[in-house]
Design a protein around this ligand. Structure first.
Ligand SMILES: [Zn+2]
Length: 650
């Protein structure tokens, strides 16, 4: 009998679980730990969580008021007059904020946040119709259009975020009020859009993963059935007829089981696949899981940026063609990085394979984290790999992060990831624990029925030394597995100071023993700065290199360079050494990487755009010192030119 089945189903089902609870899922290979079983300690990620709680969440609440998101609910509830404002999916800004607040409340009492959550939940409940429907756009602006504009109306998408918010608030606080709202809406969805109601398929996948999570919480089979129904319905071309991109934009051009490539709108594609893996973990259907893995492979082989960002086309916010990865024109929506993390996490739980944790690490520390400012409260929608230091005249590319946006999907999405980060760090199975990500933390859980406590100390991501001290363990042996990141060449492992030959099982160093309190495991992941090349078909990176160090991707940003030289003209000498320097005073503390390079001896105005062969090679160049910072930290000192891929000179 699982833990979930032992608690009183009326009151406490799933209390304390995180965003994905596969404790009773027949086909999950790994289990996440509960919310109170992993606690981040002071360090890199804890600092981001603190900023999230102190700045992002309070400022976000004010933005929800200023943007009219809360007002839409008041109008729908009959408490205010006015017109609906914002895009049709405006409700989801509140839902994602609520989900973040829910996970944040799991960390302990926070009266101001609790008041806001209670007010929001009460307001949503008041806006819900008698039949369970709640979507303020339709209720206020288009009451006769229910389910009639599903290509662009986002009604199921909004329902999905409502469900995820309700799951979070319930699991973190035990409160049922929002869960009751979400369950009533899910029941209505089943009646009005479920089996027997063809063509009621939403243009924006999201609700599938949410419904599976609701099923995991309530045990109500219709929630899972509805999620599977929505997956099974795709591939018939119902969506997108006559619009740009056609059905492929909506992943409605091919059935989910036959899909081979990442296509269309990036966030839609990745949320859809998160739902695919969730359903597969419940039903055990191999064809679904294989399809998701096939598409994930397509992504990492041909369609993902070095930063983990995805979506290389502004047109349709879409995955580009294979190897189509432009730098300045990259879209890399912050939400797409988040959706990629959600997919990789589910694949990790489904398979136990470390490559998914590797990709999560790359995405979390680079393409995701660049989406939020160091001080908090400001966000990128688009995360390019090259910036001229100016906003795009057209489009969403900005040289500086913005506090909110008329399409504010990314900010509260960032908040919910940061607030729930502890969920994504450690897993377990019947053999032991797997340390998937490295950060100072305390882990207190159980393995094979025995209580286990660990403390992890590390300076990650600046320093690759990870020390794990066993604080509690029973007498029976169990496996401690530590992920060896794909970027690491020669890891060293010691137990109690003695080198051990750990079994290398699929990307993990595994030590099995009867652990005793006081046992120390030390993993050293050497992280010399290194140069990386892209596949030659990535035209935008041809002849260029990128600097990486450990899990971090670096960039050149103008404020760090020698005066009079532009990062846009810089070349990096690949024969020279790379030097890593800790800079406590810079950007909240970073390791800077220095390299030798060159720049034109003198910038000249009025140069032609094109010239005979050899013109630029003949221009005198002078040696310069290049100073690179982690990509996530760029654009925190005002608008400035930045590049990840650097032309090589050798
Ligand atoms: Zn977004």
């Amino acid at each position: 009998m699982s833990d979930a089945a032992r608690v009183d189903p009326a009151l406490d089902t799933g209390r304390g679980r995180g965003p994905v609870d596969v404790s009773a899922s027949p086909s999950a290979a790994r289990q996440p730990l509960d919310l109170d079983e992993v606690r981040l300690e002071p360090g890199f990620w804890r600092r981001r969580q603190e900023v999230n709680a102190a700045v992002n969440l309070p400022a976000g609440w004010e933005q929800l008021e200023a943007a009219g998101t809360l007002a839409n609910f008041r109008i729908a509830a009959g408490r205010a007059d006015g017109r609906f404002v914002g895009p049709p999916f405006h409700d989801t800004d509140l839902y994602k904020w609520l989900e973040a607040a829910g996970w944040q409340l799991a960390a302990g009492s926070q009266p101001e946040l609790e008041r806001r959550v209670a007010a929001a939940v009460e307001l949503i409940a008041a806006a819900q119709g008698e039949d369970g429907y709640v979507d303020t756009f339709v209720q206020v602006a288009a009451p006769d259009r229910r389910w009639l504009d599903l290509d662009w109306g986002h009604e199921h998408y909004c329902a999905g975020h409502l469900i995820q918010a309700a799951v979070a608030v319930h699991r973190a606080t035990g409160s049922r009020e929002l869960l009751d709202v979400a369950t009533r809406f899910a029941d209505l969805l089943f009646r009005e859009c479920g089996p027997g109601q063809p063509r009621r398929l939403d243009g924006h996948p999201e609700v599938e993963a949410a419904l599976v999570e609701l099923y995991r919480l309530t045990g109500e089979a219709s929630h899972l059935e509805l999620a599977a129904h929505f997956l099974d319905s795709r591939g018939r071309g119902w969506l997108g007829a006559g619009t740009h991109g056609g059905p492929a934009y909506f992943q409605d051009h091919v059935s989910v089981r036959d899909a081979r490539t990442m296509d269309g709108h990036a966030v839609r594609q990745l949320y859809l696949l998160a739902g695919v893996v969730d359903v597969a973990m419940e039903t055990g259907e191999g064809a679904l899981l294989e399809a998701a893995i096939r598409q994930w492979d397509d992504m990492v082989r041909r369609r993902v940026y070095l930063t983990g960002g995805v979506g290389s086309q502004h047109a349709g916010e879409s995955f580009g063609e294979g190897w189509e990865l432009p730098n300045g024109a990259a879209y890399c929506e912050t939400c797409a990085a988040i959706a990629s993390i959600m997919l990789s996490w589910r694949l990790l739980l489904a398979t136990g394979e470390s490559r998914y944790a590797d990709q999560m690490e790359r995405t979390l520390l680079n393409g995701f984290l660049s989406g939020v400012s160091l001080e908090g409260g400001r966000y990128f929608y688009v995360n390019p790999l090259l910036s001229l230091g100016e906003d795009a005249v057209l489009g969403r590319t900005r040289a500086e992060r913005f506090p909110w946006h008329d399409c504010a999907c990314c900010p509260p999405n960032v908040m919910r990831v940061l607030a729930s980060l502890g969920h994504y760090l450690v897993t377990r199975d019947e053999t032991g624990l797997q340390l998937q990500q490295y950060a100072p933390m305390r882990v207190r859980t159980s393995v094979g029925g025995q209580a286990v406590a660990l403390q992890m100390s590390t300076g990650y991501p600046w320093d690759g030394e990870v020390e794990v001290v066993v604080e509690q363990s029973g007498g029976a042996p169990w496996d401690l597995a530590l992920r060896v990141p794909g970027w690491c060449v020669e890891p060293e492992l010691t137990v109690g100071g003695a080198p051990v030959e750990a079994a290398r099982e699929g990307g993990y160093a595994v030590v099995r023993r009867a652990w005793q309190p006081g046992d120390r495991v030390r993993l050293v992941l050497p992280m010399p700065a290194r140069l990386t090349e892209a596949h030659p078909r990535v035209d935008a990176a041809r002849g260029s290199v990128a600097i990486e160090r450990g899990p971090l991707v670096y960039c050149l940003e103008q404020p760090d360079q020698t005066e009079g030289t532009s990062v846009l003209d810089a070349e990096l000498d690949v024969r020279g050494p790379l030097e890593a320097v800790w800079r406590a005073d810079l950007l909240d503390g970073v390791v800077q990487v220095e390299a030798d390079g060159t720049a034109p001896a003198a910038a000249e105005d009025g140069e032609p755009l094109y010239a005979p062969l050899g013109t630029w090679r003949a221009r005198p160049r002078v040696p310069i010192r290049l100073r690179a910072i982690p990509y996530y930290a760029w654009a925190n000192r005002g608008p400035a030119a930045m590049r990840v891929w650097i032309p090589r000179s050798d």
